[in-house]
Ligand binder design. Sequence first.
Ligand code: ZN
Length: 270
Amino acid sequence: MCLCTLDTDFVFHTMHKNVCRNEGSMEQVLEKMRDIIREGGNIVVLAGMNITYDMGLNGVNAEHLAYDVEQKYGYPNDEIVSSSFYTRRAPLFYKYYKEVILNIDDPQPSPIHYGIYKLQQCSKLSAVVTRSVYSIYDKVGCSNVIKLHGSVDENVCPRCKRLYDSHYIKHAKGIPVCEKCGIPLRPGFTLVGEMLDNGKISKASTIVENADILLVLGAGINSTLCRYMVKYYQGDKLLLLNDIEKVGDDRADYRAYGNLRDMFAQVMDF
Ligand SMILES: [Zn+2]
């Protein structure tokens, strides 16, 4: 199932009881979320792109740089990261890959990543599901991270299947090639127009279905990541923290908006 094709046929999930329990001041809502996390377990985190942007990374599509990218590269960013563009114009694709997607050489985890790791240390975290293609969650020690769109650290030689990390891509001259075979590497993330990994989608949806608490961080409920995953959630503890309110967010049982780092720190203060 390709998440990119869901725009037109997405139907807002209404099976869940539509009771708004998000009452009280934001402080009270954050306290309630903290209590739920402190007392609960089997948490699945849907980690949105705002966590990535908060670190200064651009992601694959770099929607926030649409104008700049088109000015500099002569093509819209969505087109550059498509499979057909990669096939036809690999040099420009890799220029974009190195400069825009890998804009920070050695990205460091933020307090949000450490907070998620703390959930794992408390045996409360079942999995992290994300569209992010960076290895930051692995860097802090999180296990069971499902990267639906692949990873910038898993570029592969189409012939011998050897993997190459983002450092190798970033510092290669021109198009990165396999050291052994001398042929261009395939990017480790899913390109626009390619199917997502069905095994990962299926694993993620099952984990979400069985979660006690679904914690959405840095994304709206109708974002590409959430709108597909949230419909599998059966529980009544869907918590949402994001910068601003988005259409469809009322599906969440508890939600708060503002500075993501600050709010998550409050929720994790137990
Ligand atoms: Zn090779």
